[in-house]
Design a protein around this ligand. Structure first.
Ligand SMILES: Nc1ncnc2c1ncn2[C@@H]1O[C@H](COP(=O)(O)OP(=O)(O)OP(=O)(O)O)[C@@H](O)[C@H]1O
Ligand SMILES: Nc1ccn([C@H]2C[C@H](O)[C@@H](COP(=O)(O)O)O2)c(=O)n1
Length: 241
């Protein structure tokens, strides 16, 4: 990418299971820019509090933990690694135990501005280093980076989201597996909605509904929005630079 071009900042929000993380990583990879998983920051803070014996109900103590969170988060979309206080927690933060608790931290209104500012700082650093960034979460298009060049709300029907998460976590999308996934998807979205708006696109935010798209089609749909707004041709498109 030419350094004369504006930084390609791409903000993507959406509910759980809409495909934000996987699609954002693929988009960042295709565009050759960095990636920021802001949900991983809330998850890492949750892991750190539990590890340090900080009660998640002690809101002030969780804010203090957020302010001093010793977090290393890789920004390479092809190599996601999360380290907290020297411990590699890449897998640990994805366990059901953390998924079940993370909303307590994400709905702590003292924590949010601390992590939001850290996310703005990381977006700026990544953009300068790689020419752009895809940052995804629940409030990136609205609060963290409302001035991003491209802002997308990635949605999918409740049924599609439950099916995807269930297949991912339980290796099946049968009735029992879907029932076991409801808390991780629907209850969490309900709780997280108390502090962020990620079901309706804000002004200027483009909605991409992936309910009837497979994974590759979803990536192409996002790249098409980026191309139309940023004039950034797909790397493999006939008119690519
Ligand atoms: N369009 C799609 N069609 C089918 N499966 C998809 C699609 N998009 C994503 N997936 C799959 O759905 C699962 C959930 O996707 P992903 O983790 O990216 O969602 P998310 O929105 O980041 O969820 P959360 O916010 O809960 O972390 C993954 O296994 C992913 O590969
Ligand atoms: N910008 C963000 C990102 C995430 N969250 C919350 C919502 C989830 O409960 C939790 C983990 O996110 P996930 O990894 O599932 O995308 O963090 C938020 O409130 N704001």
């Amino acid at each position: 990418m030419s350094r004369d071009q504006p930084l390609l900042t791409i903000a993507i929000d959406g509910p759980s299971g809409s495909g934000k993380s996987s699609v954002s990583r693929a988009v960042a990879d295709r565009l050759g820019i960095g990636y920021l998983d802001t949900g991983a920051m809330y998850r890492a803070l949750t892991w750190w509090c539990l590890d340090q014996g900080v009660a998640l109900t002690d809101e002030a103590a969780v804010v203090v933990a957020a302010e001093a969170l010793p977090l290393e988060l890789s920004t390479d979309p092809g190599d996601q690694r999360v380290v907290v206080g020297g411990t590699d927690v890449t897998a640990a933060i994805r366990t059901t135990a953390i998924s079940a608790e993370v909303s307590k931290v994400a709905t702590n209104t003292g924590v949010r501005p601390v992590l939001q500012q850290a996310q703005r700082d990381r977006m700026a650093t990544i953009s300068v280093a790689t020419g752009g960034v895809v940052a995804e979460g629940r409030d990136i298009t609205t609060v963290v980076a409302p001035d991003a060049l491209v802002r997308i709300l990635l949605t999918a029907s409740e049924e599609a989201r439950l099916r995807r998460r269930s297949a991912e976590v339980h290796g099946s999308a049968d009735e029992a597996a879907i029932a076991a996934t409801r808390d991780q998807v629907l209850r969490r979205d309900r709780d997280d909605s108390a502090v962020s708006q990620f079901t309706v696109a804000a002004d200027g935010v483009v909605t991409v509904d992936t309910s009837d798209l497979d994974f590759d089609e979803s990536v192409e749909a996002v790249l098409a929005v980026v191309a139309s707004i940023a004039g950034h041709a797909h790397p493999d498109a006939p008119d690519a630079p």
